[in-house]
Ligand binder design. Structure first.
Ligand code: NAD
Length: 264
């Protein structure tokens, strides 16, 4: 799995193909979509039109909450493949655990079937807390390959990251740039960017990479799409990393996974 990919949440369906084409041209080889983003078709079209061999691009999609449950998951997966125009995805994720609905164990069994059939090269989860991962662990089956969680300098997620490290689960950061909000105006990050001759977004993405997180920044602006992958020519020092560690405030931008139970 490439450590840096391209996320397409909130990219309108009619713009998705253009954005993904720009990302592929900029060198991205991993795309993160979801049934809920309603742009799997555009992603699939850009992949087909790119002419790139299928095995060169890592494609992730996610099962939407409304489809949790064994049979409905199998049907939803077929529908995602059809919209993407693919036979196989590289990674299939349960989008949210929805603990009150309590169907994620049955859903995971369907994921294991899809995996055993080779139609997803890897299966994982998103927004799972350690308690939810523990429940999957107790089944004694396949360990999720990835947990995709909200993670940025203001929500550094040290407890889940440690759990993932202990269990061989990859940490993937969603909203890695804090959704482009006022995080990017942070003065410490501004100083580090000036010191390294890079942008704040590049410093934040570099911080993720050096921590070992997989990142999937989103942009529909070609210059930013290129900027966000131009992060492999510099290195933050231990002191820089320590300064960014100080920025954690445990502030979520998205839903709390323990209370998000909506299939709407
Ligand atoms: P992000 O942190 O990637 O921020 C994206 C926003 O930041 C853009 O819309 C733009 O406004 C700004 N931006 C991007 N590049 C910039 C740059 N170089 N300079 C200045 N501003 C810049 O936010 P995101 O889209 O929420 O998260 C990334 C991806 O994570 C999504 O597209 C999606 O694939 C995934 N995601 C998953 C979940 C989940 O529940 N699993 C939830 C949210 C997002």
């Amino acid at each position: 799995m490439p450590q840096l990919g391209f996320g397409v949440w909130q990219v309108p369906p009619q713009e998705a193909a253009t954005a993904v084409t720009a990302a592929l041209e900029a060198g991205y080889r991993s795309i993160d979509t979801a049934a809920a983003y309603e742009n799997e078709e555009g992603v699939g079209r850009a992949l087909a039109e790119s002419g790139l061999p299928r095995e060169e691009v890592f494609v992730t999609t996610k099962l939407w909450n409304a489809e949790q449950g064994y049979d409905s998951t199998l049907r939803a997966f077929d529908a995602s493949l059809a919209r993407l125009g693919l036979d196989v995805v590289d990674l299939y994720l349960i989008h949210w655990p929805m603990p009150r609905v309590d169907k994620y164990v049955d859903t995971w069994r369907a994921f294991e079937k899809i995996y055993s059939e080779g139609r997803a090269r890897a299966i994982g989860v998103s927004n799972f807390q350690p308690a939810h991962l523990n429940r999957l662990n107790e089944l004694g089956g396949t360990v999720p390959a990835v947990n995709q969680i909200e993670l940025h300098p203001r929500l550094q997620q040290s407890v889940p990251r440690a759990y993932h490290a202990d269990h061989g689960i990859v940490t993937e950061a969603w909203s890695p740039l804090g959704q482009g909000g006022d995080l990017l105006d942070d003065p410490t990050l501004g100083e580090l960017a000036a010191e390294h001759g890079k942008t704040v977004a590049q410093v934040v993405l570099r911080w993720h990479l050096q921590l070992g997180n997989v990142v999937i920044p989103k942009s529909v602006t070609p210059s930013r799409i290129r900027e966000n992958i131009d992060v492999f020519d510099f290195e933050l020092t231990g002191e820089d990393m320590a300064r960014i560690a100080e920025l954690n405030t445990d502030t979520r931008l998205g839903f709390d996974p323990d209370t998000m139970n909506s299939a709407g």
